[in-house]
Write a protein that binds this ligand. Structure first.
Ligand code: NAD
Length: 261
């Protein structure tokens, strides 16, 4: 319970990796604000389970990550209810698969807004409170696509490279305030985001579902296994520890060897 007395925000935490981050933080005693879209009953159930995991508090805020005003209001909500936000994990993300010349402009705008710009707006809102307290942990969720490209994922690759650069920049700006800023770059994790891209990948590359699973997704990772949300969350927990105070501006790969290969 090394996070007792601390409070966290995790954007995009109604499913997948974000929900695993929230569970890991709550298990260590942190108050957690979860965010994202989905079935209202399922979200309330997840929120209630986070509270029973630790006895700490869990809140839900439906802020839309395309809306800077709602991101600022979400941070104000957590600060008012918890008394502060010591940990912020930017995680909300969407994906679209299509060649550049056919890529819908509105999809480009949404991917940049939800993956990249929301990370910037979250940082802007949480840094002043962290500076006042002299302690903070900011984590961003990039991807192996922050380091390497794949065809037909222009907006996602651009957003994830942008997140890696933004993370390094803020790390330098707040290094003397007890705040660390690090990026986590998972390989393929079996979540709705990956499952939903299969039909578009089949169409863009003329492949069957089985070929996408084996020759595109699992083939990228020398382990030939998906990364799990719990593995990603375990790395996040380490980065929240006092012992990780010297780790800042880093981009941690957790990708089954993908980017090494
Ligand atoms: P997911 O689809 O399970 O989760 C995405 C979350 O973002 C959901 O909670 C969803 O409601 C939320 N979200 C989407 N649009 C939003 C908006 N406008 N406002 C607020 N919330 C919004 O997917 P995931 O795989 O768990 O993805 C989480 C993060 O991990 C993303 O940033 C993704 O790019 C990154 N990532 C995923 C993988 C993977 O293989 N699954 C790999 C590398 C990085």
């Amino acid at each position: 319970m090394f996070l007792q007395g601390k409070s966290a925000i995790v954007t995009g935490s109604t499913s997948g990796i974000g929900l695993a981050y929230a569970k890991a933080l709550a298990t260590e005693g942190a108050n957690v604000l979860i965010n994202g879209f989905g079935d209202a009953d399922a979200i309330e159930q997840a929120r209630a389970e986070l509270e029973t995991a630790s006895g700490a508090r869990a809140l839900y805020d439906p802020a839309d990550m395309t809306r800077p005003d709602q991101i600022a209001a979400m941070v104000a909500h957590a600060e008012a209810e918890f008394g502060g936000v010591e940990i912020a994990i930017s995680n909300a993300g969407i994906q679209h698969v299509a060649p550049v010349e056919e890529f819908p402009v509105e999809k480009w705008d949404a991917i940049i807004a939800i993956n990249l710009s929301s990370t910037f707006h979250l940082m802007r809102a949480v840094v002043p409170g962290m500076k006042r307290r002299g302690w903070g942990r900011i984590l961003t969720t990039a991807s192996a696509h922050s380091l390497v490209a794949s065809p037909n994922k222009s907006a996602y690759v651009a957003a994830k490279h942008g997140i890696a650069g933004l993370t390094k920049t803020l790390a330098l700006e707040v290094a003397q305030h007890g705040i660390t800023v690090n990026c986590i770059s998972p390989g393929y994790v079996w979540t709705p985001l990956v499952e939903n891209q299969i039909p578009d990948t089949m169409q863009a590359r003329g492949l069957t579902r089985e070929q996408v699973m084996n020759d595109v997704l699992l083939a990228a990772q020398p382990t030939k296994q998906f990364v799990t949300p719990e593995q990603v969350a375990a790395l996040a927990l380490f980065l929240c520890r006092d012992e990780a105070a010297a780790v800042t501006g880093a981009n941690y790969s957790m990708d089954g060897g993908w980017t090494a290969a």
